[in-house]
Write a protein that binds this ligand. Structure first.
Ligand SMILES: [Zn+2]
Ligand SMILES: [Zn+2]
Length: 287
């Protein structure tokens, strides 16, 4: 897996890239812009040049929160489409390979089905207006609960099916902390296998482009997001080993989204697991 980090974009695009480089990342993720600051063509060009010369190989852009894209309130829905269109354009100008979106919530009195319909229509609208040529759309699972959509891979597949009708091919980002919050027992080998097989069943094999590899302090099934440092949360080692050990994910991107301050230790924890699993595989008889 190509391992990397979610990098803070507030000090600037180049600073985010330097952070990823200094930690030996093969991939990085960032938001498409700093709040209240309009990036210039010079900012984008500087970043593209620096990234092209960088050892960091994969660039993931994560859309900012779009709480009202599924809203039945038309003005709010339209405003969200404008925001998403702008973020798609920024992602393209940064040279991003992937753009990740969360589904958001359906309106009070609405339904999962209607919310999915409105959200998909909004994505299609923004995508067609921005018309990105080489950007891949990726939908991410969230902690869910209440009216929030996209907690399960089945709900994401419902969205993907609607996008496919408009010719948009969405792949999957699986976040371990979010799935845990949604009730997937990823602290065991069996729990991890079950979740991965559900994802494969809903999206098809080879459709998971990105993993968000996060431990969590939240209670299983609590719908609460509490990303935490590896080895210090509730997920532990057994489940994540079952994910990292899968050879078919060797080319997927794995992004850590942790509270700041312990990035190097978290990355090294993850790299150690990958190395240990690789060693165990190659020492297995008959290989
Ligand atoms: Zn996310
Ligand atoms: Zn995530």
């Amino acid at each position: 897996m190509k391992l990397g980090l979610h990098c803070d974009v507030r000090p600037g695009y180049l600073h985010a890239l330097k952070t990823a480089e200094s930690l030996g990342c093969e991939a990085m993720q960032m938001l498409p812009y700093r709040r209240h600051q309009i990036p210039t063509e010079k900012d984008f060009a500087e970043f593209r040049d620096a990234f092209a010369a960088s050892p960091v190989e994969r660039l993931v852009i994560h859309v900012r929160f779009l709480p009202f894209l599924a809203s039945t309130d038309r003005p709010r829905h339209l405003r969200s489409i404008e925001l998403l269109e702008r973020e798609i354009r920024y992602a393209v100008r940064l040279g991003g390979e992937f753009l990740i979106v969360h589904m958001g919530a359906y309106s009070p009195g609405s339904s999962l089905e209607e919310g999915t319909e409105i959200f998909a229509a909004g994505v299609v609208d923004a995508w067609q207006r921005a018309a990105p040529e080489r950007l891949a759309l990726v939908v991410e699972n969230v902690p869910g609960g209440g009216r929030r959509m996209g907690g399960s891979v089945e709900e994401l597949a419902g969205l993907a099916a609607r996008l496919a009708e408009a010719g948009i091919d969405a792949s999957l980002c699986l976040d371990t902390a979010h799935a845990w919050a949604h009730g997937e027992a990823l602290d065991s080998r069996e729990g991890m296998k079950l979740w991965l097989s559900k994802a494969e069943g809903a999206f098809g094999a080879g459709r998971t482009a990105i993993f968000h590899l996060n431990d969590s302090l939240a209670v299983l099934g609590s719908n609460r997001e509490h990303h935490w440092h590896w080895g210090r949360g509730r997920l532990g080692r057994e489940g994540i080993d079952a994910l990292l050990g899968r050879e078919d994910f060797a080319h997927a991107v794995g992004i850590l989204e942790m509270p700041p301050g312990d990035d190097l230790r978290n990355l090294e924890w993850m790299r150690e697991r990958v190395t240990a699993l690789r060693a165990a595989r190659s020492s297995r008889p008959g290989r």
